[in-house]
Design a protein around this ligand. Structure first.
Ligand SMILES: C[S@@+](CC[C@H](N)C(=O)[O-])C[C@H]1O[C@@H](n2cnc3c(N)ncnc32)[C@H](O)[C@@H]1O
Length: 282
């Protein structure tokens, strides 16, 4: 019984703390003083998607896309600029206000909904050709099976999930160590999240923020894939990549000639840093 109450407290606190942290980060990211999110370039017509998703998603023209954990909507609006009709969802009101502001400035075909991703089915109307989830989303969620059921419920039969994420092997490493040694379990139990305390964000912005505590979960590939299959989808492909869209650890170096991609330095054993999958709703 005591264990049950402890679990309840952790699980209710994690959402409040993560939300406060993401509100702080969203404000900094939208100001984009370090230029990491390329807001100015986007407003001048540039596409913001990275090479991996650009190669993998194919033509999205005329597709209805639900973008979960859309942050301040810049990628959502890039999909809309490619001809899709998009709905973005995020739990941060600061991020959603910024997304709506960007939409107003560009007039692109996208709308934005504020809410917890687990409530997406009741918050968003209709069924979609694609659910799009990329770069740093599912690590904020304790229950990957529940997430997959939500994704599946948003898709029409034949619709696809596109997921592109940091690799669970990467997240077993302690980014704060100079030699990047192993530091975390390969599977984070739901009731024992990895608790971090950081006052700056990953974009290179120097601004500090007040709400520094976050709760995260590392989900093994097998858990993710089995959750996707159990929720009524068929796996189309699984790819692993040696590049990542943010500097996860200080030892990582930018990829020459590519914008906003990072790799492990020469001489360090190769690891998969990201993975992507496509699954089709049966
Ligand atoms: C690293 S960002 C994702 C960035 C995204 N790839 C993009 O297009 O910019 C993670 C996002 O997840 C959101 N988030 C975290 N937990 C959430 C939850 N339970 N429900 C909805 N959004 C959540 C945060 O507010 C944040 O915007």
């Amino acid at each position: 019984m005591l264990a049950f109450f402890v679990l309840e407290i952790i699980m209710s606190d994690y959402l409040k703390l993560n939300l406060a942290n993401w509100n702080d980060r969203a404000a900094i990211h939208y100001r984009d003083e370090a230029g990491g999110y390329r807001v100015k370039e986007f407003l001048n017509g540039a596409d913001n998607l990275h090479g991996i998703e650009d190669r993998e998603i194919g033509d999205v023209k005329d597709l209805r896309i639900a973008h979960l954990q859309c942050h301040f909507g810049i990628d959502t609006l890039c999909l809309a600029r490619r001809g899709a009709s998009c709905v973005g969802l995020d739990f941060s009101p600061v991020a959603i206000a910024a997304a709506r502001d960007l939409q107003k400035q560009t007039g692109l075909d996208a709308s934005f909904v504020e809410g917890n991703v687990y409530d997406a089915r009741s918050l968003i109307e209709g069924h979609f050709d694609m659910v799009y989830v990329t770069w740093g989303a599912i690590n904020w969620l304790p229950d990957i099976a529940r997430w997959a059921r939500v994704v599946s419920s948003l898709l029409k039969p034949g619709g696809t999930l596109y997921l592109l994420e940091g690799h669970p092997s990467l997240f077993t490493h302690d980014e704060s160590t100079a030699d990047f040694k192993l530091g975390y379990d390969w599977r984070t139990p739901m009731d024992r999240p990895v608790i971090m305390d950081e006052a700056t964000t990953y974009t290179g912005d120097t601004a500090t923020f007040a709400n520094t505590t976050t709760h995260e979960w590392n989900h093994p590939l097998s858990d993710i894939i089995n959750a996707v299959i159990a929720s009524g989808m068929r796996l189309d492909y699984l790819n692993e990549h040696e590049e990542l869209a943010w500097q996860f650890a200080p030892i990582m170096v930018p990829v020459e000639g590519k914008r906003r991609m990072w790799v492990l330095p020469e001489g360090f054993p190769r690891l998969p840093l990201a993975f992507s999958l496509r699954a089709v709703k049966i």
